[in-house]
Design a protein around this ligand. Structure first.
Ligand code: ADP
Ligand code: MG
Length: 703
């Protein structure tokens, strides 16, 4: 590296190629890990450390754990057992241990001659001759003046093909020498308090790449390994802060637009509620009030409604929609699947047509003339409520007066789609209000980080009269018994779902599995009317099958997980899930939520293929023990991590480099306050922080 290049530049302006040994091809490999600059390299932290700072007496070795030993070779022989190996006996004043090599060269054998003194590094394990080291790292040392042991812990970096640990150490060492005062700007107004004296970024990075000997004391080493060392927490804090800021910035930008103030007296909702045939729960009423208040403001609502499966979110959405319609605006309602969109359309038509409200319907499958008609109805404000799938985001869809967008089952929509909404607003009305509904309860830590730009409401109460679902777990081998259960339930006039799960990420394989089960069940249960629904069927076929099931023209519905979200048939009280161990907890919870909607006792049978792995066992047990979506979501987060839970990449959270939401969730409260503080008092720090930490940070700056 030439110092003229690097002077006056901060590390985010220095390409990794200023480092010795890093050329274009290495830079290309680093790019795959989102490492472009010297700053990025410094944020690529070791995964763990090796302790090579002291020599362990052979007599004191314990099995497991790596250690450095030193001694003299007392014997070196080829052993012919099941596998040929080179066996050396190494001795110091305290004991003897075996070094065993299954692969070795002639030169190696020569170097490991009797009388040679070695220093070795590796893991001691129990073997046939007592403790043994398999293929330890070793080098010969001079008896008279052994070289000093390492003074620092040895970092092990997360790596990928073509990058070696020696390479990483070489790069980080150079990067650390470039880390001079003022080359890495502190954007935090104050270093956060993390149970220790405030730490500068520079100190933290120096330490973490190259922990000094004092880190070898056991507590700080354990902390380091867990990622809970105050210096790691310092970086995790800043990273979480940057993510929080990026979302707050999105929110701020949205709120800079005006939005229609829907303050008219709403006469439609009371009529609507009267015709429902039930009272709203207290939780529904509270959330409706929160939404009503938001809609009256002249700035865009950004509200997330969380409610467990069956808590009655659709009605809440309808009431919000009515307020918008009564104020003369259009409402877009977006669902993640055709089936769900269709169901919403049916519900809303039934509820709202009597009130004289016109609806339109748009999905990818609405084609030709029908499509033109729907588009015209939307553009000319003939329709006030427009229901559909992602298709509503397409360019050709032009709303006359969009005032509110309701997004059902948010976890399938990403930040980017949320952003696309603003394009749909006509300039004179401003940004539409947004109501986001999710049936997957989101653990608090996730909600605080992934949805920091949203206000949240929780429907934390189920409508009265629901009986809890009884969940049992049964081996696939007892399938015949399960089939009998289906026969009994249906002979008593109830209905059942039989769900076949994905074998891989392949809807066609799942469809095949469902077809097989369907045929088999028809043979075993000839007296029952059995329908089939899967993702490869035509949309109108799916919809009409669903309708037949609703109308009780079918007793059993064999399905793939396409019915996962939202489908509502109150008379269905039995849910069978084949190979339930393949599904994540949230998905199982969603599926199970399809039953238990009426007043008869409902049952869910989770069938599994034995042997059951550890993860599968834990999931099924959780399902048996809990029916609370929030409890299940917490467990899911614990078992799977945030990325999968939110179906992300979209949320960006999967790309956290240093922070870990489970481990670092306790930082979020402080992060949130700090983010507000920075936005208000240090606005110039916002963009640099976002850019430093978010892989696509630039994008946020442009929104
Ligand atoms: P989700 O929150 O899972 O979307 P839905 O909105 O589909 O739940 O509601 C589930 C069922 O409960 C629907 O049949 C709906 O009509 C009914 N429901 C909603 N609110 C109430 C209520 N307050 N009392 C009784 N039934 C209700
Ligand atoms: Mg729903």
């Amino acid at each position: 590296m030439s110092s003229s290049d690097s002077s006056n530049k901060t590390l985010d302006q220095l390409s990794v190629q200023v480092l010795k040994g890093v050329g274009p091809s290495m830079a290309e490999k680093l790019k795959a890990l989102s490492i472009y600059t010297v700053q990025d390299l410094l944020f690529h932290l070791p995964l763990r450390y090796q302790d090579r700072t002291r020599v362990t007496p052979i007599g004191a070795l314990q099995p497991g754990g790596d250690s450095v030993i030193e001694g003299e070779i007392k014997a070196a022989d080829i052993a012919f057992g099941r596998r040929r190996s080179l066996v050396c006996r190494l001795q110091d004043g305290t004991g003897t241990v075996t070094l065993r090599f299954f692969h070795f060269s002639a030169a190696q054998k020569q170097n490991l001659a009797i009388g040679t003194r070695l220093r070795c590094y590796g893991e001691a394990r129990r073997g046939s001759s007592g403790l043994e080291f398999y293929h330890p790292e070793y080098h010969a040392i001079d008896d008279q003046k052994p070289p000093p042991v390492e003074t620092h812990l040895t970092p092990i970096y997360p790596s990928k093909d073509g990058l070696t640990q020696i390479g990483w150490r070489n790069m980080s060492k150079q990067a650390l020498t470039l880390l001079q005062p003022n080359t890495l700007i502190e954007w935090l107004p104050q270093a956060p308090e993390l149970g220790s004296a405030p730490v500068s970024l520079e100190t933290a990075l120096l330490y973490l790449h190259h922990p000094p000997a004092d880190a070898t004391n056991l507590t700080s080493q354990a902390l380091l390994l867990e990622g809970e060392h105050p210096f790691q927490q310092r970086l995790a804090y800043e990273e979480l802060l940057a993510h929080n800021l990026s979302l707050l910035k999105l929110r701020q930008q949205t709120q800079n637009y005006g939005a229609p103030a829907m303050a008219v007296k709403d006469e439609l909702s009371p009529q609507f509620i009267k015709q429902l045939g039930f009272e709203l729960t207290a939780a529904q009423q509270r959330v409706c009030t929160e939404i009503r208040t938001d809609l009256k403001q002249g700035k865009p609502m950004l509200r997330l409604v969380q409610g467990d499966v069956g808590s009655g979110k659709t009605v809440v959405a309808a009431i919000a929609a009515l307020q918008a319609v009564a104020s003369g605006y259009q409402v877009a309602i977006m669902a993640p699947t055709e089936i769900l969109a269709e169901q919403h359309f049916n519900n809303f038509s039934q509820w709202l047509t009597p009130l004289g409200i016109k609806l339109a319907w748009l999905t990818g499958k609405v084609k030709g003339k029908a499509r033109q008609q729907q588009l015209a109805a939307i553009a000319q404000h003939e329709a006030s409520i427009i229901i559909g799938t992602h298709a509503l985001f397409q360019d050709e869809v032009v709303f006359a007066k969009l005032g509110l967008a309701v997004i059902d089952e948010q976890h399938r929509f990403g930040v980017h789609q949320r952003l696309a909404l603003k394009e749909k607003a006509s300039a004179d009305i401003g940004h539409p209000h947004q109501l986001i509904m999710t049936a997957t309860p989101i653990p608090r830590t996730l909600a605080m980080s992934a949805y920091a730009d949203l206000d949240t409401s929780v429907i934390d109460e189920l409508p009265p009269g629901r009986t809890p679902i009884n969940t049992v777990v049964i081996d696939n081998a007892r399938r015949a018994q399960v089939v009998e259960r289906v026969r009994n339930a249906c002979s008593e006039g109830r209905q059942a779902y039989w769900v076949c799960t994905l074998i891989e990420e392949s809807e066609s394989l799942a469809a095949q599995a469902a077809e097989d089960s369907w045929e088999q069940l028809q043979q075993t249960l000839p007296e029952l009317r059995i329908g089939l629904i899967h993702g490869r069927m035509k949309p109108d076929q799916k919809v009409s099958t669903m309708q037949s099931f609703k109308d009780h023209e079918l007793d059993v519905l064999v399905a793939t997980t396409v019915i996962e979200v939202g489908v509502d048939v109150a008379n269905a009280s039995l849910m069978i899930i084949e190979n339930a161990e393949r599904l994540g907890l949230s998905q199982l919870h969603q599926l199970r939520g399809r039953v238990g909607r009426g007043s008869t006792a409902s049952h869910c049978v989770l069938m599994y293929q034995s042997p059951l792995g550890q993860l599968g066992r834990q999931r099924l047990q959780t399902m048996r023990q809990s029916s609370d979506g929030f409890v299940i979501a917490e467990k899911d987060l614990e078992l799977r991590g945030p990325g999968e839970l939110l179906g992300t990449r979209q949320t960006g959270l999967a790309q956290l480099r240093i922070a870990n939401l489970e481990r670092d969730g306790h930082l979020l409260e402080a992060v949130k306050q700090d983010a507000q503080n920075i936005i208000q008092h240090y606005p110039a720090h916002v963009d640099p922080l976002i850019k430093r930490w978010l892989a696509d940070g630039e994008q946020y700056a442009q929104v």
